[in-house]
Design a protein around this ligand. Structure first.
Ligand code: PSU
Ligand code: MN
Length: 294
């Protein structure tokens, strides 16, 4: 059912630590041509830390865990690559189409492949505004055993409502060297985190307690704040105007997040993009350290 890259297949055989990486960030989160460059750099960071990168995507209907170079290139550059959540996997398998996987679908597939650590940029969550829109990322993390490293939830979202949903869904949230819930582009979102951790070993120890307290079905979210945050005034202007632009353009459903990210990157003339790239790189490094500790 799963096609492994040569590198990931060898890592499984020799029991090397593996880090899952999502692909929607490549196809729908970052602009070309930087998306492919960053995707490769992130894989290199994981390798340099001593783990093996497994970028996950759907190629011609098949689940791929670890992408060969030409496959990574297809996800980054082909126009027909759609954004897929867990519910899309059956349809894609039957229609043999290609897709990039969101946090929800990537976590689902990684767990299926026996991978226990996953790095992304910002988690999806409850959207702002009057219409109801909650990312499938939250539901997926409540039923998928994986350590997810992120820089909090994307600041385009309703952070407070998202944290409440994570509490309801019984998904633990840890702050890496912080008690402040990170705000994706911003180091702090204004909300607190109860559980602060200081090292990858401490995170591994928490992960290893799941069976003993019978909570092995949920993910563990590790939040890693960005060091060089986006200018706050610029961030707030982008957010207000970006949300207004999305409403004016009648953007709904799964197009909302890619629209807002593209708006931020374009209007900030790449400033938000630089922060987004730093986030992904630093999360991938921490994820590799956690994978080694586990
Ligand atoms: N983090 C980023 N950039 C992204 C995403 C996360 O830095 O593009 C993607 C992830 O794939 C996440 C998705 O699962 O955005 C959330 O989309 P939605 O709100 O439609 O569930
Ligand atoms: Mn949505």
């Amino acid at each position: 059912m799963i096609k492994f890259s040569k590198e990931v297949e060898a890592a499984i055989a020799s029991k090397k630590p593996i880090v899952a990486l999502e692909s929607t960030i490549i196809s729908h989160g970052l602009p070309r041509p930087r998306n492919l460059i960053v995707a490769k750099e992130v894989e290199e960071i994981v390798r340099a830390t001593g783990a093996v990168p497994a970028t996950i995507a759907i190629i011609d209907g098949e689940i791929h865990v670890g992408l060969e170079e030409n496959e990574l290139d297809r996800i980054a550059n082909e126009d027909g690559v759609v954004k897929a959540s867990t519910r899309d996997l059956t349809v894609l398998a039957a229609s043999k189409k290609s897709a990039a996987t969101t946090v929800a679908a990537t976590a689902h597939i990684a767990a299926m492949a026996g991978i226990s650590v996953f790095a992304t940029g910002g988690l999806g969550g409850v959207h702002r505004g009057d219409g109801f829109d909650e990312s499938a990322d939250l539901r997926s993390l409540s039923i998928t055993p994986i350590v997810l490293v992120c820089a909090g939830v994307k600041s385009i979202l309703n952070v407070e409502a998202t944290l409440e949903r994570l509490e309801t869904l019984a998904v633990p949230v840890l702050g890496y060297k912080t008690n402040k819930f990170p705000g994706f582009y911003l180091t702090e979102s204004g909300f607190e985190i109860e559980h602060r951790v200081e090292s990858p070993e401490e995170i591994a120890a928490i992960w290893n307690q799941r069976e003993s307290v019978n909570t092995a079905e949920t993910a563990i979210i590790v939040t890693n704040p960005v060091k060089n945050e986006l200018d706050r005034a610029l961030h707030d202007t982008l957010l207000t105007n970006g949300l207004a632009a999305a409403t004016a353009a009648h953007i709904t459903g799964k197009a909302v997040t890619p629209f807002l990210l593209e708006y931020f990157h374009r209007v900030s003339e790449g400033k938000s993009l630089d922060v987004n790239v730093e986030i992904i790189k630093s999360n991938s490094k921490l994820a590799a350290e956690i994978a080694l500790a586990i």
